[in-house]
Design a protein around this ligand. Structure first.
Ligand code: AP5
Length: 229
């Protein structure tokens, strides 16, 4: 197990899995900064395309607003493009929200090849009633994508991003109907990945119902136990 996660031997290829609102985005930058690896959220990549008005952004928008997954091939191409630019020397990465289907998972394995592997796969598990509270109370910075919560993680100055002072808004897919559709899509398409990575012996399950700081500590403690440093 140790060799598998030894950052000096091969890259530390972390995947964050969890239902919408589990706290993947909140934890992603903290983990990636601690282990000094590049990270990306597939949702943020789509939102960047949408902002730029690219063909991909326009295609993704209709799926995202209704809470459905964007088709696999389009998503795989976009993330592989990011990986080619950010993991050229196999030094490791963190992916937030990808893979989200078994086909995406196998495409990632194929891209990494025989000498490199996916893992650890951190599964943030949160009760469904909490997810709805988190998503409907979330506010995001449209400039730097940092996310806040009106109760559990409020910004220092109301309505303004702590990092870049831009205005905070509510995501278009954080309304009740889209949230329900996203939870359904998660159940049908993404939850099977928990078992998939468990069987590959790379799954770390984290109780995401705790405070943000406690979840971070639990993740770091689990990674440290694997001698990731
Ligand atoms: P994406 O942007 O990835 O959305 P998601 O998976 O639904 O996840 P979220 O960003 O909503 O939640 P999160 O887990 O990051 O939670 P956060 O940290 O913000 O994807 C959007 C769409 O893009 C998808 O629906 C799909 O259409 C498309 N897409 C993306 N990837 C795809 C793929 N691979 N394949 C196909 N389609 C894809 O936290 C939520 C809130 O809770 C925040 O307010 C936060 O402050 C608060 N919070 C966080 N942690 C805690 C805590 N421990 N206690 C209390 N509050 C907390």
């Amino acid at each position: 197990m140790k060799a598998l996660f030894d950052k000096d031997v091969i890259g530390l290829n972390i995947i964050l899995i969890g239902p919408p609102g589990a706290g993947k985005g909140t934890q992603a930058s903290l983990i990636a900064n601690k282990y000094d690896i590049p990270f990306v959220s597939s949702g943020d990549l789509f939102r960047d395309h949408r902002k730029l008005g690219t063909e991909l952004g326009l295609l993704a928008e209709k799926y995202m607003n209704s809470g459905q997954l964007v088709p696999d091939q389009v998503t795989i191409n976009m993330v592989m493009d990011w990986l080619a630019k950010n993991n050229g020397n196999n030094s490791g990465f963190l992916l937030d929200g990808f893979p989200r289907t078994v086909d995406q998972a196998t495409a990632l394995e194929k891209a990494l090849g025989d000498k490199n592997s996916v893992g650890p796969s951190i599964y943030i598990n949160v009760d469904q009633d909490q997810l709805i509270i988190r998503l409907t109370g979330r506010r995001v910075c449209m400039d730097c994508q940092l996310s806040f919560h009106i109760h559990s993680n409020p910004p220092i100055h109301e309505g303004k991003c702590d990092k870049c002072s831009a205005t905070l808004t509510q995501r278009e897919d954080d309304n009740f109907d889209a949230v329900r559709a996203r939870l359904d899509a998660y159940k049908h398409n993404t939850e099977p990945l928990v078992d998939y990575y468990f069987k590959k012996n790379v799954l770390i399950e984290i109780n995401g119902n705790k405070t943000i700081d406690q979840v971070s500590l639990d993740i770091i403690e689990s990674l440290d136990r694997l001698n990731v440093n």
